[in-house]
Design a protein around this ligand. Structure first.
Ligand SMILES: *[C@@H]1O[C@H](CO)[C@@H](O)[C@H](O)[C@H]1NC(C)=O
Ligand SMILES: *[C@@H]1O[C@H](CO)[C@@H](O)[C@H](O)[C@H]1NC(C)=O
Length: 350
């Protein structure tokens, strides 16, 4: 046994040693924390640098989106002016150009030489990119002209009888958009019902044949009233050549989907449409809804059956796209955010 004096000394020494070790551990921990902070800062800087590199690498993609062309080959009296006005209202803020394609006598079919001129001009006119072109022209297939970039086609369709009635009164009374302008059939007071009852030409079933040929395009068969080939071609183009086709009856949802898909052009469009609903609507003056008799008389024609089939095909396609793109919450629609991701990316970097 040690004498008590030494026992006390040993205890003191032990306590001192413990204090020393504890102090060293604390110092080590402190320097580790410092090291971790430094490493975190370094990693952050690396991430930032990588992001900067990525944006630099992405810039060709960005300029590619600035190369974008949209063609809206609007069908007359589908409520298209309301939508076109949105494009005009946003073009300064979202930095793109809007151009109206004005064909002589509003002829929707262009000559072959004009097709070449138009395609060459639109695709090479850098000052007008990104550009939004709209006009009453039939679908034109850019891939036939050996150009590198094809435009994005969009459009809006409407219930065929409602479109015809609207067009009928538009020719006679104009609208509140350009009230002073003299229209082709101005002065003719005959109602749509009277026209149908007397078998007039402006309300004949053949006049329904318009949305199919507009989507079908520049082939002769497209303009043969009642052609089944034209109907199939119109459906084919709608699905394969158009990014999105809306319906007049659900224009707000069409604009919302466009904003979600093409924010480069349509950022702010939904809000603008909602707040300015009245100012963007254009009403055909003096329009009288047709009677059930007039409607059922038109519905007996084969042309109506085909145009209606095309309209319902477009409607179903639009509702399908919408159902996959939005969710409803408290009676309001919201577009979904990105729902696809990447993983298992090989080969691993470093
Ligand atoms: C189309 O352009 C011509 C020539 O610039 C013009 O006279 C005509 O009024 C225009 N038509 C429309 C509907 O804007
Ligand atoms: C396209 O056509 C317009 C109007 O005719 C013209 O002013 C412009 O220079 C043309 N652009 C190109 C690239 O051909």
């Amino acid at each position: 046994m040690m004498p008590p004096k030494f026992q006390l000394l040993a205890l003191v020494l032990f306590a001192l040693a413990m204090l020393f070790i504890e102090n060293q551990i604390r110092k080590l921990e402190e320097s580790r924390a410092k090291l971790e902070r430094t490493m975190a800062r370094f990693e952050l800087r690396e991430v930032e640098q990588r992001q900067n590199r990525d944006t630099v690498r992405e810039s060709p993609v960005l300029s590619e989106s600035d190369d974008l062309l949209i063609i809206y080959n609007r069908v007359p009296k589908t409520g298209s002016t309301s939508f076109t006005n949105i494009a005009y209202d946003l073009c300064a803020k979202n930095r793109y150009h809007v151009l109206h394609i004005n064909t002589t006598k509003n002829n929707p079919v262009m000559s072959l030489q004009d097709q070449v001129r138009f395609v060459r001009n639109v695709t090479s006119w850098k000052e007008m990119k990104p550009g939004f072109y709209h006009g009453h022209v039939a679908y034109l297939d850019f891939s036939k002209f050996s150009v590198r970039a094809k435009p994005i086609y969009i459009n809006v369709v409407r219930d065929p009888i409602e479109r015809l009635v609207s067009y009928y009164y538009f020719l006679r009374f104009g609208d509140d958009y350009r009230p002073g302008l003299r229209r082709r059939k101005q002065g003719d007071k005959k109602t749509f019902d009277e026209c149908v009852a007397s078998g007039g030409s402006d309300c004949a079933p053949e006049k329904l044949w318009l949305q199919i040929p507009f989507f079908c395009g520049h082939s002769s068969e497209c303009w043969n009233v009642g052609s089944h080939w034209a109907l199939e071609q119109a459906k084919y183009n709608l699905v394969n050549e158009y990014l999105l086709v809306g319906v007049t009856e659900e224009l707000e949802d069409f604009i919302m989907m466009l904003e979600a898909a093409l924010p480069r052009f349509f950022r702010g469009a939904t809000d603008l449409y909602r707040t300015g609903k009245k100012s963007h609507l254009r009403k055909t003056s003096e329009k009288k809804p047709p009677t059930k008799e007039s409607i059922s008389k038109l519905q007996q024609s084969d042309v109506w059956k085909m145009e209606n089939e095309f309209y319902e095909f477009a409607l179903e396609q639009f509702q399908f796209v919408r159902a996959h793109g939005v969710r409803e919450r408290d009676g309001e629609l919201f577009v979904l955010t990105q729902n696809f991701f990447y993983e298992k990316i090989y080969p691993k970097v470093n």
